[in-house]
Design a protein around this ligand. Structure first.
Ligand SMILES: Cc1cc2nc3c(=O)[nH]c(=O)nc-3n(C[C@H](O)[C@H](O)[C@H](O)COP(=O)(O)OP(=O)(O)OC[C@H]3O[C@@H](n4cnc5c(N)ncnc54)[C@H](O)[C@@H]3O)c2cc1C
Length: 414
C-alpha cells in the first residue's frame, strides 16, 4: 500500500505517479545491485489515473508490432529516436514483463493488446503491488513545486512546503500541456517544444454528413488540402464531424500545423480509395438498368444511407433508374465519392485517448539512458518527452520503454 511518511533524503525521486513513473521506479529497484531509497511523488490523490481510464477502462497496454523499426512508424514525434530504445525494450518485452508478473494479455484483431480481464485495474494492481514489494514509497498529494540542483543531486520543494533531497530525479510528469512539468524541466536547463494536442476529431458541419452519425467506412483516404499530410484508415461519422482511427492518425501527423491554422482547414475524403468507380457504374447500368439508383448502394464498402446522401447531393431524383444515369451525374458521383472537400471548423478531443505533441526536446536527451544532456542525474520518462504515438497502445509503450531504460541507467550507476 502507498506509504505517506515523508523522509528527507532519497537515492531516486520519481516525479509523477503515472505509467512512466511507476515503470521507471520499478526498473530502478529491480536492476539495482543494492537496495536504494526510491520515492514516487504524485501531485493528486490518485496514482495511475490515466491508466484507469485508458482504452475505455480496459487499458490498451501495447500493440502487436514486434519489429522496432516498424513500431517507430506509429510515432509522429520521436520516430527515429525510438529505434534504439525499442531494441532494448520493445513490445515483446512489455508482454513478457506483464506475463512474468501474472498479467495475462490478449491481442485483438486490429493488433491492440489488452489485459485478458478487460480491466485497467489489473494493470494498476500489477504496478502498485510490484512497487510495494520492492519497497518503493508512493507519496500522494506531493506535487513538486520547484527543483534545483544541490551539492549531492537535487533539492525539491513540494506544494505542501516540504523540502526533499534526491541524488537522481526522474521527471515523469506527463504531457506538458499542464505547465507544472514543463516548468520543472525548463528550470533545469532543458528546452521544450511547445505543447499542442494530438489525437483529436474534426468538426465539420456539411450536408454530406448531416444525421449520418454512427456510419463508418473501413478504409477511407483522408487528406488535408494544402499540406503533405494524408492517411488511409477507418472513418466514423459523428454528431459533430468525423472521427475513427484514420482521422485520429491524420490529426496526430498534422498536430502542429493544425494548431497553427487554429483547426480551420479543408479536408478531402476519398470514401473508397481503391475502387474503379467508372467500371462499377457501367456494370450497374447493364445489370440493374431498370432499378432505381438510390435504393441500393452499388459499392460494398459504402453504407446505403451514405450512398443515398451522395445521390441527393448530386441531385439524382429518387425515381431515376440506372439506365437513366447521365454522364454529368456520373462525374458528380466521382467528385463526391473520391474527392469530397469538406470545411473543418474546429476539433474535439477524442474521449478514448489523447496525448500531447511537444515536450522535452529529444536532442537534449541521451536516448540510451534518458538522462538530460544539460543536467546530470536528471532523467525523463513518458509523455513529458517530445514523443507521442497514434492510438493503439503506442503511447503506453513509450512510457514503458523510456521508464524501463531511465530506471535501468540509474541502477547501473549505483
Ligand atoms: C482518456 C485517455 C485514454 C488513453 N488510453 C490509452 C490507451 O489505451 N493506450 C495507450 O497507449 N495510451 C493511452 N492514452 C495515453 C496514455 O494514457 C499516456 O500517454 C500515458 O498515460 C503517459 O504516461 P505518463 O506517466 O508519461 O503521464 P501521466 O499518465 O499523465 O502521469 C503523469 C503524472 O504526473 C503527475 N504530476 C504532474 N506534475 C506533477 C508534479 N509537479 N508533481 C507531482 N506529480 C505531478 C500527474 O498528476 C500524473 O499522475 C490515453 C490517454 C487518455 C487521456
Amino acid at each position: 500500500m502507498p506509504n505517506n511518511s515523508t523522509e528527507k533524503e532519497w537515492d531516486v525521486v520519481v516525479i509523477g505517479g503515472g505509467a512512466a513513473g511507476f515503470f521507471s521506479a520499478i526498473s530502478v529497484a529491480e536492476h539495482s545491485p543494492r537496495p536504494l531509497k526510491i520515492a514516487i511523488l504524485e501531485r493528486s490523490s490518485q496514482v495511475l489515473g490515466k491508466v484507469k481510464i485508458s482504452g475505455g477502462g480496459r487499458c490498451n497496454v501495447t500493440h502487436d508490432c514486434l519489429d522496432p523499426k516498424k513500431l517507430t512508424a506509429h510515432y509522429p514525434r520521436g520516430q527515429k529516436s525510438l529505434i534504439g530504445p525499442f531494441h532494448h525494450f520493445g513490445t515483446t518485452d512489455t508482454i513478457n514483463w506483464f506475463n512474468e508478473r501474472g498479467v495475462e494479455l490478449k491481442t485483438e484483431p486490429d493488433g491492440r493488446i489488452f489485459p485478458i480481464t478487460d480491466s485497467s485495474q489489473t494493470i494498476i494492481n500489477c504496478l502498485t503491488s510490484s512497487a510495494d514489494e520492492l519497497g518503493i514509497k508512493v507519496l500522494m498529494k506531493a506535487g513538486v513545486k520547484s527543483i534545483q540542483t544541490a551539492s549531492k543531486g537535487f533539492q525539491l520543494s513540494l506544494d505542501n512546503e516540504q523540502e526533499l533531497l534526491a541524488r537522481n530525479v526522474i521527471l515523469a510528469t506527463g504531457g506538458t500541456r499542464l505547465a507544472a512539468g514543463a516548468k520543472l524541466a525548463e528550470g533545469l536547463g532543458n528546452e521544450l517544444l511547445p505543447p499542442v494536442p494530438s489525437l483529436f476529431t474534426f468538426t465539420i458541419d456539411h450536408p454530406l454528413l448531416k444525421n449520418l452519425e454512427g456510419l463508418s467506412v473501413k478504409e477511407a483516404h483522408v487528406k488535408i488540402i494544402g499540406s503533405k499530410h494524408e492517411n488511409t484508415g477507418p472513418l466514423l461519422i459523428t454528431h459533430w464531424g468525423v472521427s475513427g482511427p484514420g482521422v485520429l492518425k491524420l490529426s496526430a501527423l498534422a498536430a502542429r500545423e493544425l494548431a497553427e491554422c487554429d483547426y480551420t482547414f479543408t479536408l478531402c475524403i476519398n470514401w473508397c480509395p481503391n475502387l474503379d468507380l467508372s467500371n462499377i457504374l457501367d456494370l450497374k447500368r447493364q445489370e440493374w438498368g431498370k432499378r432505381q439508383i438510390m435504393t441500393r448502394s452499388p459499392i460494398a464498402a459504402m453504407p446505403k444511407r451514405l450512398w443515398e446522401r451522395v445521390c441527393e447531393l448530386v441531385g439524382i431524383p429518387a425515381e431515376k433508374t440506372w439506365s437513366q444515369l447521365s454522364k454529368k451525374e456520373e462525374a458528380s458521383l466521382h467528385q463526391i465519392i473520391h474527392n469530397a472537400e469538406l470545411p473543418v471548423t474546429g476539433k474535439s478531443l477524442n474521449k478514448d485517448e489523447f496525448v500531447t505533441c511537444g515536450g522535452v526536446k529529444l536532442k537534449d536527451v541521451n536516448m540510451k539512458t534518458l538522462e538530460s544532456k544539460h543536467c546530470p542525474n536528471l532523467y525523463f520518462a513518458g509523455e513529458v518527452l517530445d514523443i507521442d504515438g497514434v492510438t493503439g497502445g503506442f503511447n503506453f509503450q513509450n512510457a514503458w520503454t523510456t521508464g524501463f531504460l531511465a530506471g535501468r541507467a540509474i541502477a547501473e550507476k549505483a
